[in-house]
Design a binder for this molecule. Structure first.
Ligand SMILES: [Zn+2]
Length: 359
């Protein structure tokens, strides 16, 4: 895939709407983009599977995963003044929600622009200014002046999904993207890219790719994909949160332009250490930059897959600044290095190496 095509792929994925449970757009786009590389199927929670054309059914199965969903909101009820009371889909810090520009998918499937309303500082008491805002007290304003107008004219009511509304931009000068949902649309794009680079190539393993859903509400989609695929080994692409703007140098474990991150552990998951070391040595050999991370928070699909049937699993993160807000940065070079590392791993793996990860 040419670089211009990679840039467009990431922009396309970023611009799609795909809150947890409402990933249809992302699933359809992914299916369209991967159709040249295998047989596509989808289940009832929009997990999309690609059975690679070159698969034999006789080799160990490697599951390649990324999640399609990104944090969003859902309408809970319409207030008497026409504003939308909402709840979060996925983890948001309440301080990062007010003044976010959003689009609501109405009951006709049309997108309506809006904003998370906040009280102007003029009307805030001193106490209110110091307080952390509560999601339950916030509203989304689509420019309606009554409950009837929101329900009847705008066709918005309980259950309508709400997405951040930001157009992705790419800057040649810095090779950075600015946009939304890089957690985990950069991983989604990486799946397409890996399949493209391996197209027509004979491998020592069969590759079962699944773009899974509902990760942000507890790795639900990956529990289903792991069950269906029952892999012998798994590689998970993630958009992982950068710590490089607030940690000292010696503690930075995920940084913009520092290469992909190999996740040793988080609160949900411990990577198979033999597979992890193998991946790190292969990266060294190919001079691919990377960082390692040990996290005291977070959770990844690696947990859902690894603890399904004990398949050795690693998580490869593409660094994203300010994820779980509407405005993120990510780097084309980090993306390319993550793809390159996974391509090299898949070209190198065979049954013997996979067996060696069992210790
Ligand atoms: Zn993620």
């Amino acid at each position: 895939m040419q670089e211009q095509e990679q840039i467009q792929l990431i922009k396309d994925f970023s611009n799609l709407s795909g809150a947890p449970g409402f990933e249809m757009e992302v699933a359809q786009y992914f299916g369209k983009r991967t159709a040249p590389y295998g047989k596509i199927s989808r289940d009832g929670i929009f997990n999309t599977y690609v059975d690679r054309t070159e698969n034999t059914g006789k080799k160990p199965v490697v599951q390649l995963d990324a999640h399609a969903d990104s944090v969003g909101f859902i309408a809970q009820a319409i207030r008497p003044n026409g504003l939308i009371k909402f709840v979060t889909l996925g983890g948001w810090a309440p301080t990062n929600v007010p003044a976010t520009r959003v689009r609501v998918r109405n009951q006709d499937g049309k997108y309506i622009k809006g904003v998370v309303a906040s009280k102007p500082p003029h009307f805030m008491t001193e106490e209110e200014k110091k307080k952390v805002p509560q999601i339950a007290e916030m509203s989304i304003d689509v420019g309606s002046t009554s409950r009837e107008e929101t329900i009847e004219q705008f066709k918005i009511n309980t259950g309508c999904p709400i997405f951040p509304d930001v157009d992705c931009e790419y800057y040649d000068s810095t090779r950075l993207f600015f946009g939304k949902d890089f957690d985990n649309r950069v991983g989604s794009a990486a799946l397409v890219d890996v399949l493209d680079q391996l197209h027509g190539k004979d491998l020592g393993v069969d590759v079962a790719t699944a773009l899974s859903t509902q990760e942000e509400v507890g790795t639900r989609g990956a529990q289903v994909t792991a069950n269906k695929i029952s892999p012998d080994l798994a590689i998970v692409f993630e958009g992982c949160p950068c710590d490089d703007t607030f940690e000292p140098d010696w503690l930075i474990q995920t940084g913009l332009k520092k290469g992909p991150m190999l996740r040793d552990m988080d609160t949900s998951f411990i990577a198979n250490p033999l597979f992890e070391e193998y991946a790190a040595r292969l990266a060294d050999q190919h001079q691919i930059p990377y960082t390692r991370s040990v996290r005291t928070g977070g959770g990844v699909n690696g947990a859902a897959i690894e603890y399904w049937n004990g398949a050795p699993t690693i998580v490869i993160g593409i660094p994203v600044r300010y994820e779980h807000t509407a405005y993120n940065w990510t780097s084309l070079d980090d993306y390319q290095h993550a793809v390159e590392l996974v391509v090299e791993i898949l070209k190198d793996l065979d049954a013997e190496k996979i067996a060696s990860f069992h210790g």
